[in-house]
Design a protein around this ligand. Structure first.
Ligand code: N2P
Length: 346
């Protein structure tokens, strides 16, 4: 019996050593570590890239720019490609945390609409390649909510308590209060925050769900009837049922541009550049719009979209009074402090 056990043990050791050897002989193939927004890069796009290039993509997700930057600063994981919004690009450039992009290796940059080239957050477009753009706006389930809704004031009313979903994003929420009060959204000072605080304090208990990963969920399920959500989620809702109306808030609507950028410490820069160029192919970019109908900055891809896609009011809204976030540096911490205090009050 003991002999039998010894033999099995020996066999196991031989098999394990053999396995280890064969792993050594086959070096891991090329890899790309993508750190992107959740619900933003379709799996079929990733699969298509891997099939064509042999580059394996690890897709890890985040649900806010702040979470992404914190993770990058911690430095425990090395990412090759990130998807920051405009103000986060600006912030990361200032911190020297991005590598310049070699435009010669991204010929498909030419497909971008000129309106999305050389933007203020990255002068000379040295560090970023726009992925998708969009707005943060209001969605109303018009089958349930019959009264006119045109702005934040209309959404955050006591009668809608427990029926509202919003993106879980402190900078966004505070800026809605700034808009209602007529304060410029990038003017984040102690004084202005003190003015906004009482309003946010009234709003928070009215909100049923905070969710930046899939804010359309509670609207689809009927759990909520009003939302302040990303335009891609709003567009998806509208695709499913036209009862979901998209409204750009009258007090001020936020436009964002999310870009692909390579962190300074990336270890697979060549792979990252290949991925950026792949994404900018019209037919690939179209696949992204099909799955996540944001505003596509790729002029050639837009030509491939259907009339229905191009006339979705959430994807391609009338460009009126759109505002953009700028990097506010350390003042962003002031927002965190105020919101943490208010949310801890329940
Ligand atoms: C995708 C989130 C869009 C990012 N689910 C908003 N900047």
């Amino acid at each position: 019996m003991t002999n039998m056990k010894n033999l099995i043990g020996l066999l196991l050791v031989v098999v394990l050593v053999g396995l280890a050897q064969s792993c050594k002989r086959q070096p891991a193939g090329p890899t790309l570590n993508l750190f992107g927004w959740s619900e933003y890069v379709p799996q079929e796009v990733i699969d298509g890239f891997t099939k064509e290039t042999g580059i394996k993509v690890n897709y890890e997700t985040y649900d806010s720019n702040e979470a992404m930057i914190t993770k990058l600063l911690q430095g425990s994981t090395s990412y090759d490609l990130i998807q920051p919004s405009e103000y986060a690009v600006e912030n990361l450039i200032k911190r020297d945390m991005l590598q310049p992009l070699d435009a010669n290796q991204i010929p498909n940059l030419k497909n971008l609409d000129p309106a999305f080239r050389d933007l203020a957050f990255d002068p000379g477009q040295k560090f970023s390649a726009p992925y998708m753009a969009g707005t943060v706006g209001i969605v109303v389930n018009t089958e349930v909510v019959k009264e006119p809704i045109s702005g934040y004031r209309d959404v955050f009313q006591p009668k809608f308590k427990g029926r509202i979903v919003v993106v879980d994003d402190s900078r966004e929420i505070v800026s809605w209060a700034f808009d209602v009060l007529g304060i410029p959204i990038n003017d984040v000072t102690d004084q202005n925050l003190a003015k906004a605080k009482p309003l946010v304090q009234v709003w928070l208990p009215l909100i049923k769900v905070f969710d930046s990963e899939n804010p359309k969920g509670p609207l689809l399920s009927g759990d909520c009837d009003l939302g302040v959500v990303f335009s891609g989620d709003a567009a998806k809702l509208y695709e499913q049922n036209h009862k979901f109306k998209f409204v750009l808030p009258a007090e001020g609507a936020h436009q964002f541009v999310d870009s692909l950028c390579i962190p300074a410490k990336a270890q697979h820069k060549g792979e990252a550049l290949k991925f950026i160029n792949y994404i900018l192919r019209p037919e690939v970019s179209k696949l992204i719009s099909d799955k996540f109908p944001y505003t596509n900055p790729n002029a050639e891809a837009r030509k491939l979209l259907t009339k229905e896609q191009m006339s979705n009011p959430a994807s391609y809204p009338e460009p009126k009074h759109l505002e953009v976030f700028r990097d506010i540096g350390p003042a962003s911490q002031k927002i965190v402090t105020v919101m943490t205090e208010l949310r801890s009050k329940g």
